[in-house]
Write a protein that binds this ligand. Structure first.
Ligand code: CA
Ligand code: CA
Ligand code: CA
Ligand code: CA
Length: 315
């Protein structure tokens, strides 16, 4: 704040000198300082930035207190190596972006005496409009514990309020924004319950352009606590395996049926590919035909770019 004020003053003065010299004498005489000031400010706003922008960590000062729990307690399980996602979402439509932070959880069987502190949950922070945030997780109904990895925000039911999809190891979750500051877990009623996958990235996209947002979910590898493999670097201590040790999993495409429900359209749309070890999804229209295309970013496997064929399928 102080820095940018200082910059405008400096720029204004510098351009002020230049302008004053270039003005013809008759104009100079007729221009009052009151007219000159707004003019100089306009000129200053187009001036190239010459000061370096610097950032200061204001996390704690803003009221954000969050520690990610990757669940690690010595077993070296693969999902522990992943960082979580986060999102800005204006969930209460007050014009100020709020913050959603995805969290992991302790593994089942994790000895309670090693647990750091109770159950770890997602966190939703409400923007107070003054540079600070308030933890509204419990009030919003999002104090749910899951091994979350990613998040994508979109209004899938077109009610004007953004909803949330959280990717997770195990069961991913869809949270419907009720429009009154609370969310309802709509995973089951939306038909999204069932797949037990290692879901990483996700994105909302209206791939068939029917006005209803559909959902693409990237999946990593076939891993579970039961199928965990033993890898070692030194022959005596367990280490984290690289993804080559595990089989891939296809990304999944959920088509929005419009009644709050989704259908699995992965195979029908030509997106089924079990060699994928997806970590991220990007939506882009790379051929500029107005139809959104899909990029799946894979780990140790080729990335996949899917062209939207405008008939509900991709190639
Ligand atoms: Ca807000
Ligand atoms: Ca909505
Ligand atoms: Ca659609
Ligand atoms: Ca396209």
């Amino acid at each position: 704040m102080h820095s940018s004020n200082r910059k405008s003053t400096t720029e204004t003065q510098r351009h002020g000198e230049k302008l004053d010299l270039s003005f013809p004498a008759f104009l100079r005489a007729s221009v009052s300082p009151w007219w000159l000031l707004p003019l100089l400010l306009v000129v200053a706003s187009f001036a190239p930035a010459q000061e370096q922008i610097t950032f200061r960590d204001i996390t704690a000062q803003a009221g954000i207190h969050f520690t990610h729990n990757n669940g690690a307690f010595g077993k070296k399980w693969l999902p522990e190596t992943m960082g979580p996602g986060c999102a800005f979402i204006d969930y209460d439509n007050d014009g100020f972006p709020d913050i959603l932070l995805v969290n992991g959880q302790d593994w089942p069987g994790h000895p309670p005496h090693l647990a750091k502190s109770g159950a770890t949950t997602l966190k939703l922070y409400h923007n107070n409009h003054d540079g600070t945030f308030t933890d509204v997780t419990r009030k919003s109904g999002l104090d749910i514990s899951l091994f979350g990895l990613g998040v994508t925000v979109g209004d899938y039911d077109n009610d004007g309020f953004d909803d949330i999809f959280i990717t997770a190891v195990g069961q991913s979750h869809l949270f419907h924004n009720n429009g009154n500051g609370t969310f309802t877990d709509a995973t089951k009623s939306a038909g999204l319950w069932g797949p037990n996958e290692f879901s990483t990235g996700a994105a909302w996209v209206d791939y068939d352009r029917d006005g209803k947002l559909d959902l693409v979910v990237a999946n990593y590898v076939q891993w579970s606590e039961q199928t965990d493999l033993y890898c070692t670097l030194d022959g005596s201590h367990k280490s984290y395996c690289t993804p080559e040790s595990y089989k891939g999993t296809s990304a999944r495409l959920w088509h929005n049926l419009g009644n709050g429900k989704f259908e699995d359209a992965t195979e029908k749309a030509g997106l089924y590919d079990p060699t994928s070890k997806g970590l991220g999804v990007a939506i882009l229209d790379y051929n500029n035909d107005g139809w959104p295309d899909i990029l799946i970013a894979n780990d140790t496997q080729p990335n996949k770019l899917y062209l939207n064929k405008k008939n509900g399928t991709f190639e």
